[in-house]
Design a protein around this ligand. Sequence first.
Ligand code: ARG
Length: 267
Amino acid sequence: MREFRVQSAVLVTVVAAVLGLVTGPALAADDDGHERIVGGSRVDEGTYPWVVRLSVGCGGTLVAPQVVLTAGHCVKGSGADTSMRITGGSVDLDSSRAQTVRSTQVYRAPGYSDATKGDDWALIALDQPFDLPTVTLASDTRYDQGRFTVMGWGSTKEGSATQQRKLRAVDVDYVSDSSCDRKYGKIGMEIVGSDMICAARTGKDSCQGDSGGPLVRLDATGSWLQIGIVSWGYGCARKNFPGVYGQVSTFSHDIAVGLAVLRSRLA
Ligand code: ARG
């Protein structure tokens, strides 16, 4: 999508401009390490070249050579942040092909809510561009259905804190908002906003540590489209509790605004 082609030249000249308010010391949600990609398998090198790993224990995607999209709950807030390392370029985090860069600025969705996980997305500007393809973001709901693939370096079962050195992926199926709502409603969680999309399949799910990473599917032209951002769930791969994802199509306009804000602050 054209809006996401942020000029690298602009972002290369990064100075520590402060982007709005730096919010409080909320911890990134993955620091205590929980569960991760469940029921999946290893990914061949180069299959999803735009997926990256954040040092805070989350995933993300390259939406521009120097900008990563992740979950809002993976970052501390908007503003200057040089504390994160972002690794891309290989499924294997320890590979010599993997490249690691640093964060410079964060733009978190203005409407992000820690309590409800509403607007669970954020953009991170990098100190150097990756020479890797960027992912295309869904801009309408056309592809918000069917079978998806979700990926990450999280652990492989609920309750395990073990990180994966190598990227794993798993296929999961669309679950309607009403069905997802009903399921979570049974345990008194009234959730699943219109900015969320659910997906599940027996024994397969994303998990903590996969947060911020992408839920993708192929479009009619055979290219990958990012549909969701790993956000939350009750346990992992539990029967009747789908994985819940930030719904990219509802954020795509705001993400473009966020990119423009980052660009202007970094220019
Ligand atoms: N909140 C988790 C994270 O921070 C993601 C949880 C996804 N859970 C699920 N059952 N799909 O990594």
